[in-house]
Every structure is written in C-alpha cells, then in structure tokens.
Ligand binder design. Structure first.
Ligand code: FAD
Ligand code: HEM
Length: 404
C-alpha cells in the first residue's frame, strides 16, 4: 500500500503515540459522548459494547493506537481494515457517517490532550483520519458491491422469519431464519456471522452478531444462541420471547473469519462453549464438499447439559470418514461418563492438541471465551504453528489482548 501522507504528517501522528497510549480510552470515551449527541448515529451502535468498560471503546482506541504506530508501515493495517470493514457492513455503516466520527474524534483529541496539543498535530490527525477513513469507505463499497451482485445478496436490512426454534442444550437454542420475500439468500462463507436487529418488548432496538451455524445454502441461515441471563436482553429475547413466525431484520453475512474456499490442508476446529457455532458451519461444509480434508473437531464444554449439537456433529463426522471428534468436559455431571458422553475430562490442553492433531501442517480455526482464545493462540504459536495457520473469532469487539 503506498503512503500519500507527508513525512511531516507521519512524524506528527507518530509523536502522539505515547499520549494516545496513556489516554486512548479517555479519548474514545469523550468521542462517543460527542458522537452520541446525534440520535441517528447513536442508533447505529450496539450499546452493550459501550460504556466506561465497553469493549468497543477499547477496540476503537486500540485501533487508533495501532494506526498511529503503523502509519509508516501500512501493510500491517490490512488485516485490521478487513475486520473493521466487515463489522461496519454488518452494522450498515455508510460513507456519510464518517464525518460525524471525524468531528467527534478530533474534538475529543483536542479536549483530552489540551493544553499539550498543537494545531499542527490536530491537522495531521485530521489528514491521517481521512486517509484511513477513505481506505475503509472504499473497502466497504467493494464488499457491498460484491454482496449486492452475488446470488441472494442484498444491502442493508432484510426481513427474515423464524421458521424453526430448536433447543440444542440447557443453554443453547438454534433458530432457522428464512427470507420473508421467499427469494434465495446469499451463501455465506462458513465462519461468517449475521447481524440481527431485534425489537425488544420494552421498546428498545438492539443489534447483535451471531455466527451462522449451518453450511452455506441459498435457502436459509441457522444461528445457535447461548442464553446470557445477565445481559441486556438480546439472547433472552431470542430464547424467551421470539417464536416461530416472528420477523427480524438481518444484514448480509459478514466477517473475515472463514474456511478457505478450497481447503488444501488438514483443518483443526477448536472451540469452547457457544464458540462451536462457526465450527459446526465449517464441519458441515467440509462434510458436504471436501471428502479428502482431514478434520479435527475439538470442543470443550462444561458437561452434557450445556454441550450442544454433539449428535449432529458426530453424524457429520461419521459420514465424512476423515473427521475426528474429541470433546472435553471440565465440569461433568454425576451422569457423565468419560468415554461415553465425552472423550476427555478437563480442559483442552496444548499438550493434548500437539499429540493428537497435525501441528506441522493444519489450519487451526478457534472460537471461544477470551481466556480460552488467549491461552490457545499463544500455545499454538509457541509450539511452532505459524501465525498464518492460526485463525480465530471472538464474540465481541477484538482487542490486542488475544493475538500471540
Ligand atoms: C462476531 C460475533 C459472533 C457471535 N456469535 C454468537 C453465536 O454464534 N452465539 C451466541 O450465543 N453469541 C454469539 N455472539 C455474542 C452475541 O452477539 C451477544 O453478545 C450475546 O448473545 C449476548 O447478548 P445479550 O444481549 O443477551 O447480552 P449482552 O448485553 O451483550 O451481554 C453479554 C454479557 O455481558 C455481560 N454484561 C452485559 N451488560 C452488563 C452489565 N450492565 N453489567 C454486568 N455485566 C454485563 C453479561 O454477563 C452478559 O452475559 C457473537 C458475537 C460476535 C461479535
Ligand atoms: C476511521 C474510522 C473508523 C475506525 C478506525 C473504526 C474502528 C472500528 C473498530 C476497531 C471496530 C471494532 C471491530 C471489531 O469488532 O473487531 C469498529 C466497530 C464498529 N464501528 Fe467503527 N471505525 C471507524 C468509523 C466508524 C463510523 C464512521 C461509524 C458510524 C458512525 C462506526 C461504527 C461502528 C460500529 C457500529 C461498530 C460495531 C460496534 C460493536 O460491535 O459494538 N465506525 N470500528
């Protein structure tokens, strides 16, 4: 990527890295305060990720610091841009929204770094912001064009009906979502997620991402949702209120975490808890289309009460023939029996993985809670799995704490 920013702009932006690192979250918190004075901008966001401890505040400040640090090494930004652009597509962020963020961000930098910030630095940041914004705007336009021109694709929100609601365990329930217009739907890439716009009973509208848990097809999607009793209501609404026949809005499948279009090497699908959803989509796809791809489905659950889709996955594996399933229970019930209900007691361990999966040449796909991801990503990298063979999804805004 060529860099059109002047050496002086680059130098001034880089000079703000220490202050940004120290005050980054303050800047984004002040920025959101300003941004959300506009109701229509506020409505674009997912409010459970905001607030003083909101992970979105952290994700945005981490992105800005990474940007300032790498402003002279733009290739390092490519994967970050890809992830953000997909997230923005899911939330239907449009070019006209960027000006609101520009004004709020620059005003926040000025306010928080006063009196130490000069007009020249602010102008350099303005230039740098628009440079990054244009990269995102262009990439988002490309993704949008591809989505619109693909069979079953669409732009923005489309109405889907819940056509099946299937409990998968005590805590996870699956929903089949079929388009109200009866037309085909875009075949997602296995691993991608949908964004749902939910109108809650108390009048609030919230947006939530859910990974698609079935193989791509042109007819419907399936999501599998874990009940979060203490959350702001997205999963509670789906579990307790939503019924077959109800209509909800979806943006098209998005996300940069997916199985390669033509997998060529062994695949290890590694998940914990509800992190199994993208793995089930990948396993179904490999089962249906890639008979020669050796696959390892390794899953950790508390016990048989919370463990979802086990029978289904084992059936897919049996039909495939080269798909191996191993399940770990960290808190087995009195009725759970190792060797019968599950394969191993305890947590998935790096030692077990290195002894039982092809470390030297497999692609690893991971999804689960942050401590699980952090431990596994670090352990895989430490044991010689190159970073381009480690792919992970986290069910919240990404931050720099996961990468090895
Ligand atoms: C790319 C992606 C894919 C995803 N895929 C899936 C999937 O396949 N299946 C799935 O079940 N989920 C998935 N999620 C998570 C999903 O989007 C929701 O975050 C989840 O369903 C919880 O939503 P909620 O509204 O019920 O709870 P939220 O309000 O989002 O709360 C989530 C958790 O945060 C904590 N919390 C929230 N507010 C507070 C508060 N005020 N005080 C203390 N704690 C609080 C709670 O402990 C709660 O358990 C995915 C997320 C992403 C980003
Ligand atoms: C250069 C400008 C921008 C940058 C660097 C940026 C950066 C980010 C980052 C890092 C994330 C988190 C991605 C992840 O989940 O990993 C994100 C998500 C998001 N962004 Fe942006 N963004 C920009 C512009 C905008 C604009 C203009 C809007 C709308 C006004 C916007 C709205 C959102 C929303 C709604 C999300 C999802 C929030 C969530 O998950 O709760 N962003 N952005």
């Amino acid at each position: 990527m060529s860099n059109p920013l002047s050496p002086r702009t680059i130098e001034l932006v880089k000079s703000t890295v220490p202050a940004l690192s120290a005050r980054g979250s303050d800047i984004t918190t002040v920025m959101y305060g300003k941004l959300f004075q506009d109701d229509h901008i506020r409505a674009l966001f997912n409010h459970s990720n905001q607030g003083d401890n909101g992970s979105q505040v952290h994700a945005l400040s981490a992105a800005l610091i990474a940007y300032a640090q790498n402003i002279d090494k733009l290739d390092a930004l490519v994967p970050v841009v890809e992830r953000i652009a997909h997230k923005h597509i899911g939330y239907h962020i449009l070019p006209e929204h960027y000006d609101y963020v520009a004004r709020a961000l620059l005003a926040a930098i000025e306010e928080v770094l006063a009196p130490d910030i000069t007009q020249e630095v602010l102008e350099a940041w303005g230039e740098a912001y628009w440079f990054l914004a244009d990269i995102l705007i262009n990439r988002e336009a490309d993704i949008r064009t591809t989505l619109e021109n693909s069979k079953g694709g669409w732009n923005g929100w489309r109405k889907f009906k819940i056509t099946a609601k299937q409990p998968e365990s005590d805590v996870i329930t699956s929903f089949t979502l079929s388009p109200v217009d009866g037309l085909p739907v875009l075949a997602h890439r296995p691993g991608q997620y949908l964004t749902l716009r939910l109108k809650l009973e108390d009048g609030r509208t919230i947006k939530r991402n859910y990974s698609i848990s079935c193989a791509p097809n042109n007819d419907h999607y399936r999501i599998s949702v874990k009940l979060e009793p203490n959350g702001q209501g997205g999963s509670r609404f789906l579990h307790e209120t939503a019924q077959i026949g109800d209509v909800i809005d979806l943006t098209p499948p998005a996300g940069d975490f997916f199985l390669p279009d033509e997998p060529e090497r062994p695949v290890v699908l590694l998940s914990a808890g509800v992190g199994l959803t993208p793995m089930v989509s990948m396993a179904e796809t490999i089962g249906a289309h890639y008979p020669d791809i050796e696959t390892y489905y390794v899953h950790g659950a508390l016990n048989s009460r919370t463990h979802a889709m086990d029978k289904h996955v084992r059936q897919v594996a049996k039909q495939h023939g080269k798909m191996f399933v191993a399940t770990f229970y960290s808190d087995p019930t009195n009725d759970d029996l190792c060797g019968k209900t599950h394969d191993q007691d305890g947590y998935i361990s790096p030692d077990w993985l290195s002894a039982n999966t092809p470390f030297h040449n497999a692609d690893f796909f991971l999804c689960g809670p942050k401590p699980f991801l952090r431990t596994m990503v670090y352990a895989l990298a430490k044991r010689g799995v190159e970073t381009d063979r480690i792919h992970y999804e986290f069910f919240g805004p990404t931050d720099e704490n996961i990468a090895a």
